[in-house]
Design a protein around this ligand. Structure first.
Ligand SMILES: [Zn+2]
Length: 499
């Protein structure tokens, strides 16, 4: 694994973060200069990939997923953040020469969707098309290099959900029972009375929960308590960052309760096989998108075909609010269906703005589309990767954004490129007249940069994305320092080589 990467400085920087090479300059208050625009391959930004070619074709693919985003509203910054991080990881894995399957998509069923559609005077179907497309458009604007985009309204997804359900049923883990409780329509779930605020208000939505009684199908999660405990003891890396493992272990320790997996009153969903009066509820629907996405569009959709195309996933990236479902429900469901567990679930933190929690009611949301329009793709991507320690909560402020982007992308990377390319153009007809790899042999800068590339590689492997950005900047700083010390412009004037 620990092979070193021999590349020139420019290749080295592109190797670590290709996105740094397309600096946009759509704004006046960032100091990007128009001559620093570098074109990127229109095929979703793969132009700068250079690989170690270690993949012999038989290697397992690196499969990573974002959550499937709920289409009750247009994409917000939290979804964009997860997806930017996933994209950085996907690009890094491709640089290592791995076959990567990067999955994202939209979760489109449920009562809330039907209600949202009705409020817009639309049908659920049209509403889902509209919002799902808004996600695709944003991913394009953010230069997200996903491989699969799955919608839970795809017919192949529905076929795989039904097959999965039937497997779990055949394993004796699904039963029907009456359920009566307090229900939050916005959360689309029953709540424990002890978790509610005064007047039975939902702590998330601050609206009263309503009393509901219906018979549902349940998944026997409690049967998997011991298996889950053993799994986490054997493989503590399953939940990352490591400080989230305790939380998951204490949920399991406190006793697992079976959970309802169907709704009798919701039409907009996948019908339960052999019982058209109920539809499948979120977790037995949306989580299966990670598998159905693997299914080839051409083939007859089936669970086995999808599984053999890349399951298990190497990494599920999620926000910490859905950790319980990914680290407890999902592995138990997979065990019941006789399928392998993903290698890792990583729960990242939340974003705040100017130190405050963001929310529509507070009127302080951060719109990813606006940010991209105002500052350009690379600035947005870089800021969140660099500024938020991946896993922890992070804050956005416009002042900090502008300062960071100017200091790092314009003044460090941009300046280094500008000086280098300017000198080449002025003195060498835009052509590098020597073999830079040979010329750099024995040069201290080369050794330093190689060490930094190795350091960044380890940081990427550990998903320390902010630290990896810092290391890339160290390379930029080292390059600028080298230029200052060598002053090639003077050497050119004296008529010599500048190396
Ligand atoms: Zn709620």
């Amino acid at each position: 694994m620990a092979m070193r990467i021999n590349c020139s400085i420019q290749n080295t920087i592109c190797l670590l973060n290709p996105s740094l090479f397309s600096l946009h300059s759509r704004i006046s208050h960032l100091k990007f200069k128009p001559q620093l625009r570098f074109s990127q391959n229109p095929s979703r930004g793969v132009a700068f990939f250079c690989t170690n070619a270690t993949n012999n074709g038989n290697e397992e693919p690196f499969v990573l997923t974002t959550p499937l985003y709920y289409v009750n509203a247009t994409p917000h910054m939290g979804s964009a953040y997860t997806t930017i991080a996933a994209d950085a990881i996907a690009r890094f894995q491709r640089l290592l020469g791995k076959k990567v399957i990067f999955i994202t998509g939209t979760d489109e069923h449920g009562e809330k969707i039907a209600t949202a559609a009705m409020a817009q005077g639309s049908t659920p179907h049209d509403h889902c098309n509209l919002i799902s497309q808004a996600y695709r458009t944003l991913w394009k604007d953010l230069d997200i290099s996903y491989d699969k985009f799955i919608r839970t309204t795809d017919s192949k997804h529905e076929a795989i959900v039904k097959e999965f359900y039937s497997r779990v049923l055949a394993n004796g883990d699904i039963y029907r029972a009456d359920y009566e409780g307090l229900y939050c329509v916005n959360c689309e779930e029953y709540k424990d009375e002890k978790d509610l605020l005064d007047n039975n208000n939902c702590p998330v939505h601050l609206k009263p929960c309503v009393s509901r009684k219906e018979d549902n199908y349940f998944f026997a999660l409690s049967k998997y308590q011991k298996s889950l405990e053993e799994t986490l003891n054997k493989n503590p890396n399953f939940v990352q960052p490591s400080y989230r493992l305790n939380e998951v272990q204490s949920w399991i320790k406190s006793g697992l309760r079976d959970f309802s997996i169907s709704r009798a009153t919701v039409d907009w969903g996948i019908p339960i096989p052999n019982d058209k009066t109920q539809t499948i509820y979120v977790w037995f629907d949306a989580l299966l998108g990670y598998i159905s996405a693997l299914s080839d569009d051409q083939e007859q959709p089936g669970l086995q075909g999808a599984v053999s195309s890349g399951w298990p996933a190497s990494l599920h990236l999620i926000g910490k609010d859905i950790l319980r479902f990914h680290a407890v429900y999902w592995p138990a469901m997979l065990m019941s269906a006789g399928l392998s567990l993903p290698n890792m679930v990583f729960g990242h933190g939340f974003l705040t703005k100017d130190g405050l929690k963001m929310g529509k009611s507070l009127g302080n949301t951060l719109e990813p589309n606006d940010l991209v329009q105002k500052f350009g793709t690379d600035a947005v991507r870089y800021f969140f990767l660099r500024e938020v320690e991946f896993g922890n909560d992070g804050d956005y402020s416009e002042e900090r954004f502008i300062n960071i982007v100017n200091a790092h992308l314009a003044n460090t990377i941009g300046n280094l490129l500008n000086r280098t390319l300017g000198l080449l153009k002025k003195n060498c007809q835009s052509t590098l007249v020597v073999d830079s790899t040979a010329a750099a042999e024995g040069n201290e800068l080369k050794d330093n940069v190689e060490r930094l590339v190795y350091k960044a590689r380890i940081q990427y492997e550990n998903l320390s994305l902010s630290s990896a950005c810092e290391t890339v900047m160290e390379i930029g700083n080292a390059g600028n320092l080298y230029m200052d010390e060598r002053a090639p412009w003077s050497l050119f004037k004296q008529g010599g080589y500048c190396f």
